[in-house]
Ligand binder design. Sequence first.
Ligand code: NAP
Length: 258
Amino acid sequence: MMNLLILGGTTEASELGRALSSDRRFAATMSLAGRTRRPQIPAIPTRIGGFGGVEGLVRHLTQNRIALLIDATHPFATQMSANARAAARVSGMPLLTVLRPAWQPVDGDHWILVDSMPAASEALGVTPRTVLLTIGQKDLAPFAAAPQHRYVLRSVDPPPPEALPPLVTVISARGPFRLDEELRLLRDHGIELVVTKNSGGSATQAKLAAARALGLPVIMLRRPLVPTDETIGCETVGTAAEALAWLARRHAASPRGE
Ligand code: NAP
């Protein structure tokens, strides 16, 4: 058996965990940051909490005799991904990144592309608007600093009250969301603008189709860029199925592989 560590927190990581739970070639462990109150625990051994930076991750890999590292964190989890790349370099460990493709605009979309949350907040303008925020719980400060707008904030867990803008309705919900649900949400709250990150994936994509159908602008946070030199030696795939194929190739090529 090959020991592998999956850095999780995404649908793809959970899919991978499910597929590996009955695969006798691998002993997989899932790692979660511990951000959500009721995480969806996969059917494989799971550890929760940070490692303590690159050094802590390298130590964890060594102590647990990990042979393969899979970074299946969210496209915006930049710190964890950077740590994974650094730890893989230091320890000479094969690293696979599972990065779901970004959403692309289609005919009828009106996206305003931004590179930061302060820029997203600025793009709302000075005139009071009703805004749907689907950006998670972090990074709310720029919106709290634009208190003229009325916000509807949807996240898995409610953010701490002190982080919230004054005029806010908080909706705690976990995807996947259907188009009819998203249309109802936008209509019922009189949403004029949507703010989101380009997370990609199908679970939360329906809001984009709903905004398109209602002719609403979407302020879209672009994905962070990864320095090219950091990606050398790391392979990237877009789906859990491709990650399984990569694992199968690695196992077959290992000294004790089939
Ligand atoms: P981040 O800013 O990149 O990571 C900050 C620190 O949290 C890391 O340095 C690490 O601490 C710890 N950490 C993050 N992911 C971890 C994991 N899977 N296992 C163990 N420790 C982890 O990450 P984030 O943006 O806060 O995201 C946290 C988690 O939520 C990730 O697992 C991500 O996949 C998931 N998520 C994030 C987003 C998003 O928009 N950012 C959306 C959905 C889900 P140490 O340095 O101490 O190791």
